[in-house]
Design a protein around this ligand. Structure first.
Ligand code: ADP
Ligand code: MG
Length: 453
């Protein structure tokens, strides 16, 4: 009977999207079927409420379709008595499957914010140079929500670098300070789908009530998803104006800057840019190591120091990737009954980890900087002192110093035989400029992102 739940995994992933699937469906365990009821175990009460409210109809619909019968779903916590359901998922037949609208199951009048993951807090967010600004901005927004300097707060950066974690941390911190605050977290995709449903079922008043009236804090994740969705953007704009006018805090995340989101309405872009823009960068080795220590400790996995260092050097792209590697390591070492070592990891993680540290080479850096600025490699390495060449040359030196282990003299050699003082001067110069020159900051970020691809 276990097959029932396995059989609906793919359709659920498809219906809900990878991210929702990973966060909300994967942790669910099938515990059995009794009569017309499918029993599922969820990690905790909030989780169950959230899944029921947001995906209950989809889950029931897929199960009905697969079983070719009308079934209902019940969520339990930890094999104990069924979680006191605020409203059990409606029994829905395959033919009658209907989309959930906000009035067929009112959220429980609980003070908890169902969308907020309780385990993502400021307390377990490891701060390094890569994310310290975003972390500080998020804390500021959580401490004095609605203050114009941080409203909206727009957190951007590559995938798996902690944006969503920071959003949940904001929500958790605010709820902890004041339980009565209404914190609303959604992904841009959910916002869009709910709006489409609201339009279809003529339920816009409820939708607007939910997003414009009730929240003290509105957290919308991955707003690049709004790209090209004009009607949703219009609704978002009015939602924004309404909340902002009343001093309610708004936080967005995206994988790029507002102005880099394609087909994003100019008035939304300017609103996003009017508050605080904060980025999350890929962590350096030390931060990776600190995160690795914390995660492995939380997981009860013993990672010897040399293995930690080894892993931190290899998994550089994202923290989510690191979590994946640690989970895998834990599972394999449990199966084998031996604690992990470097040799063990080398043997069992082959094909998952990059063979060598993923730090770029000096040649890759020069090449990327040259292509970003439309120059030839020879021009970067050469000696011409034209302003439009000198700046990129300095940027390339700065990045080489930042991203590789090369010393100043070694860098000098790689850049056509310059002495170490020249390189040192270039790095200092760029560091100084970075503080005041936003264009340069963006250029350098873009170059780094180009190298990650
Ligand atoms: P993003 O939203 O940027 O794609 P997430 O916030 O989902 O990334 O982060 C991916 C995973 O890594 C999550 O499990 C998150 O808790 C964890 N994570 C990210 N950054 C940190 C950090 N600085 N400290 C601890 N865990 C982190
Ligand atoms: Mg995210």
């Amino acid at each position: 009977m276990k097959d029932v739940w396995s059989a609906v995994q793919d359709p659920l992933r498809e219906a809900l999207g990878d991210q929702n699937y990973q966060v909300w469906i994967e942790p669910i365990q099938f515990t059995g079927i009794g009569g017309d009821t499918v029993h599922l175990r969820v990690p905790n009460r909030y989780f169950g409420d959230w899944v029921r409210e947001n995906f209950g109809t989809t889950i029931t619909g897929e199960l009905c379709r697969h079983l070719e019968a009308q079934v209902r779903v019940e969520f339990h916590v930890d094999g104990k008595a069924p979680a006191p359901a605020s409203s059990p998922a409606d029994p829905v037949g395959p033919g009658t499957a209907k989309k959930q609208t906000s009035h067929d199951s009112e959220p429980p009048p609980s003070k908890a914010s169902p969308g907020i993951a309780l385990d993502k807090t400021f307390g377990n967010f490891v701060v390094g140079t890569c994310n310290q600004f975003a972390h500080a901005a998020a804390q500021a927004a959580a401490e004095s929500p609605g203050e114009s300097q941080y409203n909206p707060l727009f957190i951007y950066g590559g995938t798996g670098l902690g944006k969503t974690h920071l959003m949940h941390a904001i929500g958790n911190a605010m709820k902890q300070r004041d339980e009565q605050l209404h914190v609303l977290y959604v992904t841009a995709e959910q916002f869009t789908n709910e709006m489409i449903d609201a339009l279809r079922y003529r339920n816009m008043p409820d939708f607007r009530d939910k997003y414009r009236k009730r929240p003290d804090v509105l957290l919308i994740d991955d707003v690049q998803f709004f790209s090209g969705k004009d009607r949703t953007q219009e609704e978002l704009f009015h939602t924004f104006e309404d909340l902002h006018k009343r001093g309610k805090q708004i936080v967005f995340t995206a994988d790029v800057l507002p102005r880099e989101i394609k087909l994003f309405a100019p008035r939304l872009r300017t609103r996003c840019e009017s508050g605080m823009l904060a980025d999350t960068q890929p962590p350096d080795v030390e931060t990776m190591l600190a995160i690795l220590r914390q995660k492995s400790e939380d997981m009860g996995l013993t990672v010897p120091a040399d293995l930690g260092q080894w892993l931190a050097n290899r998994v550089r792209g994202s923290i989510r990737e690191l979590e994946g590697v640690l989970n895998r390591l834990k599972a394999i070492s449990r199966m084998h009954g031996t604690p992990p070592t470097i040799e063990f990891a080398q043997k069992h993680l082959r094909g998952i980890l990059p063979e060598a540290p993923s730090a770029p080479t000096v040649d890759a850096i020069i090449q990327t900087v040259a292509s970003f600025y439309g120059l030839k490699i020879a021009e970067i390495k050469g000696t011409r002192r034209l302003k439009q060449i000198v700046r990129p040359r300095h940027v390339a030196m700065f990045l080489t110093r930042k991203l590789t282990d090369l010393s100043f003299p070694e860098i000098g050699r790689a850049f056509g035989g310059r002495d170490h003082a020249t390189v040192q001067h270039a790095c200092k110069k760029i560091r100084g400029l970075l503080i005041k020159d936003a264009d340069l900051r963006n250029a350098i970020e873009t170059v780094q992102r180009m190298m990650l691809r």
